[in-house]
Design a protein around this ligand. Structure first.
Ligand SMILES: [Fe+2]
Ligand SMILES: [Fe+2]
Length: 201
């Protein structure tokens, strides 16, 4: 497994030590997923450089973005109910839940308080009508990191480095098309993202 060489944190975003954060993430997931997370971090840092996002903030958000991904459905359902999140979430599943539940867990278990990082984690599964540059970087990096392999990934990567907003649109359009083809339920937030970034521009 390749671990990025030490990236020194200033502490400006509430996390003092990257290696310590990686250890906390490692405890939450398989090695395969950790490799994905580290790939998202590398891509997020590259995209952050191009788009005026603080590299440290991009690094932290990338490292924690899938923090909740391997939690059980029952634990996620319990959190969605107890925290009174949108109860319509309950008819969806892990692919949607782990963003919203992850945003909650990184704050309550890891003590992350930076609102943009929390928002980026929350939105990474669905996108949103309004997204910060950081949220766009994480959303896109998750889709095009080097470990991803699907027919359109090369094109998506190219667009990611040309125009971040267009990369958000490309990802949203193709994710939605994929879900429609599978005839699965679409979380309304995904439609909102599509209306804004694909049909609205
Ligand atoms: Fe995810
Ligand atoms: Fe991910």
């Amino acid at each position: 497994m390749t671990v990025r060489k030490e990236l020194l944190y200033s502490g400006a975003f509430g996390v003092k030590n990257r290696m310590q954060l990686i250890e906390q993430i490692r405890n939450q997931m398989s090695e395969k997923r950790l490799n994905h997370v580290l790939g998202v971090e590398r891509m997020a840092i590259r995209l952050a450089k191009e788009n005026g996002v603080a590299l440290e903030q991009a690094s932290i958000a990338a490292l924690v973005h899938d923090y909740a991904k391997e939690r059980s459905d029952s634990e996620m359902i319990q959190i969605i109910k107890e925290q009174k999140f949108d109860q319509d979430l309950l008819v969806f599943g892990n692919p949607i839940w782990h963003g919203i539940v992850g945003a909650y867990l990184i704050e309550h278990e890891l003590g992350i308080t930076d609102p943009e990082i929390i928002e980026a984690v929350k939105l990474h599964t669905t996108g949103a009508k309004k997204m910060s540059q950081l949220a766009k970087v994480i959303y896109v990096a998750d889709y095009v990191e080097e470990g991803r392999d699907f027919p359109l990934v090369e094109e998506a990567r190219k667009i990611a480095f040309e125009n971040l907003d267009q990369a958000v649109a490309f990802e949203t359009k193709h994710t939605l098309a994929y879900l429609v083809n599978k005839e699965v339920k679409i979380y309304p937030k995904t439609i909102e993202t599509y209306n804004q970034w694909v049909a609205g521009q």
